[in-house]
Structure formats: structure tokens, C-alpha cells
Design a protein around this ligand. Structure first.
Ligand code: SAM
Ligand code: SF4
Length: 352
């Protein structure tokens, strides 16, 4: 299990597949983008799958969410979903996306095993979308939403961030849009995550303000807080239900105590909080131990494991010949590399 020093247990792995994006939302990225990670710094599809496999099979991760940047820009996404869906135990698989390209990919992703997805939609106005996301792509997002529902990825969830003076008047319209289509809407308070450090607390539209704005047009009833669990959203029944709306008060109503998430960055760093200042590098030990076979994670192991280097259920990899004193040169050679990781004493070759 992944337990931190506060006793919180992480069961939800957020996997960022790229730092790049097709939009430039002002609350997230500068207009000119970021200094993108160079290609070789990114984990390969095989490396991503291998780390997910270890997390699911050995560390108690039960949900894997693909995110970014914009995860639909990652060409291998359907394959990553399929490889994750093939794990035993099979985790829940979800995706957070801006929806651009989803019209084409919703079907293949559903077929690959995607269970759920969240699409970000902050406005219904094309003009406001351009102001907010600095790209004229609202029609693509709406087409993506429609395609997701048609592909059976229901209930489609929608994430919205409100910015004062830009789209803060749109809360009721966004909720009406989602209710009419059976989408589940959640508002997220704007967090100080923008690379350009432009966030000001006084400018943030608070959860209280969002609820007041919605209450002008809908009757909201707080859902049983006991049902919330580790979910960040406070849920409210709309006009008596069964439809509901969520509000994530990340800043004014923090839920850190019940957080069950851990994050893997696109370049193979583990972060246990969105606001973490420190990371743990998994890419270096991963590459030191496994570069020659990183893309062969689904290959059956000679010792009976299933490809992440973990022992089969219940214990040891049969036939391991790795001695106690081993200090493997990196990379080590198959089949010893395959058989050895579960019992390997070389910390540099054990992931994690
Ligand atoms: N590009 C994808 C998308 O927009 O859905 C996935 C990555 S994006 C970082 C994930 C979610 O974080 C989106 O719903 C986005 O609205 C939200 N987000 C980004 N920056 C935020 C901020 N400063 N405060 C609150 N939410 C933010
Ligand atoms: Fe891109 Fe998502 Fe950030 Fe918007 S919120 S710039 S869509 S990564």
C-alpha cells in the first residue's frame, strides 16, 4: 500500500501523458505555452504501462486516470488504456480531457476499456472560449462531448472553472446545458496552479459564490456528506434530484485530509500532491533496470509473473537466480532481468 506520513492511503493514480496541450487556458498555461519536455524525457508507452502495472498489482492502486497536459495528444493513448484494462486486478480507468479530438477517439477509447471521462468545459460562448482558452475550439469540445455520450462513456462528467469577469455569470447556463444532456457537472475553484503565477485569491470565484449563483435558478440540497468519501466534490441535488451538481472548493473548502491521489508526471516523477515542491524520480531507476525491454511489459515472464517484474500472486518468482550480493550492471540481461526483479536486491533495479 502507498501510505504517507499522515496515514493517508493512495489508491488513485493520476498519470500525466504529456505536458503539451491544444489549448492555453489562462488559469493553467501562459499564452506562449511552456518549455515543453524534450521527447526522450517522456516515459515511453511501455514505461508508463510498466509503472501502472507495478502500482496496480503491488501497491494497491485501484483507479488510474490519464491526464496531462492534454492526454488525447498522446498517440498511444488507446493502447495505454488497453494495457491498463488487461491488468489483474483490473483498475477503474478514467480520463480527463479538454475534448478536442474526442469526436474521433471516444469510440476507440471505449473499446479499449475506458470506463469514464471528464471533459473540461468552462463556457458555452464561442467568444468567451477564445478569451479563456486562447483558441477557437468550442465546437470541437462540444462535438467531443456528444461523441463520448454516444460511445457509451456515460455518465459524462464536465469540469468547469469560473473566472471573475469572464465566465462567472455562466454557472446556471452550464448546469442547464449539462442537465439537458445527462452530463454531470462539477465546478472547480480556481487554484494557484498557473505557470505564470497570475492567481489572486480575491479574484477567485469561491464555492459559496458558485452556489449562490446556481441557487438563483435552481433549488440545491446538500447530498449526504457521508456519501462523499474521498471525492473532492461536495454534491448537491438539483431541484430535488436525481440530477446533482458538484462543487470542488479546493481553496476555500480543502479536502487534503481525505485525499487518496498520487501523481505520475509525463517524465516519470511521482508527486503526492498537486502542490508538492518535491518529486521522486522513477524514470532513472526504471531506465537503469529495464531499458531493453521497457516496451515488452505484456510479455509473460519465465518465472510466471505477468510482465511488471512483480512476483506472481502469493510470493516468489520461481527459478530466480539473483544472488544476495548482486549489483547488476544496468541494464541487466533477460531472462535473469525478467525473473530477478521481484527478488532483486539491487535497489536501482527495483521499481519503485
Ligand atoms: N487538458 C485536460 C483538461 O483540461 O481537462 C487535462 C488536464 S487539466 C490540467 C485537468 C483539469 O484541471 C481540468 O478540468 C482543468 O480545468 C483543471 N485545471 C487546470 N488548471 C486549474 C486551476 N488553476 N484551477 C483549477 N482547476 C484547474
Ligand atoms: Fe490545456 Fe487542460 Fe491546461 Fe486547459 S486546463 S491549458 S486544456 S492542460
Amino acid at each position: 500500500m502507498l501510505t504517507d506520513s499522515f496515514g493517508r492511503v493512495a489508491t488513485d493514480l493520476r498519470v500525466s501523458l504529456t505536458d503539451r496541450c491544444s489549448l492555453r487556458c489562462s488559469y493553467c498555461m501562459p499564452a506562449d505555452g511552456l518549455d515543453w519536455l524534450p521527447g526522450p524525457a517522456l516515459l515511453t508507452d511501455g514505461e508508463v504501462t510498466r509503472l501502472i502495472s507495478v502500482a496496480v498489482r503491488r501497491l494497491g492502486i485501484t483507479e488510474v486516470r490519464f491526464t496531462g497536459g492534454e492526454p488525447l495528444l498522446r498517440r498511444g493513448l488507446p493502447g495505454l488504456v488497453a494495457a491498463t484494462a488487461a491488468l489483474d486486478p483490473r483498475p477503474e480507468i478514467s480520463l480527463t480531457t479538454n475534448g478536442i479530438g474526442l469526436a474521433r477517439l471516444a469510440g476507440p477509447l471505449q473499446a479499449a476499456g475506458l470506463d469514464r471521462l471528464n471533459v473540461s468545459l468552462d463556457t458555452l460562448s464561442r467568444e468567451t472560449f477564445v478569451t479563456l482558452a486562447r483558441r477557437d475550439r468550442l465546437p470541437d469540445v462540444l462535438a467531443g462531448l456528444t461523441a463520448a455520450a454516444a460511445a457509451g462513456l456515460a455518465p459524462v462528467k464536465v469540469n468547469a472553472v469560473l473566472l471573475r469577469g469572464t465566465n462567472d455569470h455562466e454557472a446556471p447556463a452550464l448546469l442547464r446545458f449539462c442537465l439537458d444532456r445527462g452530463y454531470q457537472l462539477r465546478f472547480i475553484e480556481q487554484m494557484p496552479l498557473d505557470a505564470q503565477h497570475g492567481w489572486r485569491r480575491a479574484d477567485m470565484v469561491t464555492a459559496d459564490e458558485i452556489l449562490a449563483s446556481l441557487s438563483a435558478e435552481f433549488t440545491l440540497t446538500a447530498d449526504d456528506p457521508g456519501l462523499r468519501g474521498s471525492a473532492p466534490a461536495e454534491r448537491f441535488l438539483v431541484d430535488g434530484g436525481p440530477a446533482h451538481v458538484g462543487v470542488i472548493g479546493s481553496v476555500t473548502r480543502p479536502f487534503c485530509g481525505s485525499c487518496d491521489r498520487v501523481r505520475l508526471t509525463a517524465d516519470g516523477q511521482i508527486r503526492n500532491c498537486l502542490f508538492a515542491t518535491a518529486e521522486t524520480d522513477l524514470r532513472t531507476p526504471l531506465r537503469a533496470s529495464a531499458l531493453p525491454r521497457a516496451d515488452a511489459v505484456a510479455r509473460p515472464l519465465p518465472g510466471g509473473g505477468d510482465g511488471d517484474g512483480a512476483a506472481p500472486e502469493g510470493g516468489q518468482v520461481t527459478g530466480s537466480t539473483i544472488p544476495d550480493s548482486c549489483s547488476l550492471p544496468a541494464p541487466c540481461q533477460p531472462p535473469i532481468a525478467d525473473m530477478g526483479r521481484a527478488g532483486c536486491r539491487n535497489p536501482g533495479s527495483l521499481i519503485p
